[in-house]
Design a protein. Sequence first.
Length: 70
Amino acid sequence: MTKLIRTLSVVLIPLGLLLNQTASAADYGTPADAKAILEKAAVELKQDKAKALEMFNKGEGGFKDRDLYV
């Protein structure tokens, strides 16, 4: 029984750490995501500054994505 517990610990603990690390990476936007939001924000500002600022403040229209926001 002790050998089984040790074997499971050797397999499951690294697996748990790997899964935790993967979940954390999904919580953050990539540089490409940030650039896309920035480019979209510039277009919105040129079209209607007041509306764009309202959307930015509310996080609407795709201007809030994980840890990325305008």
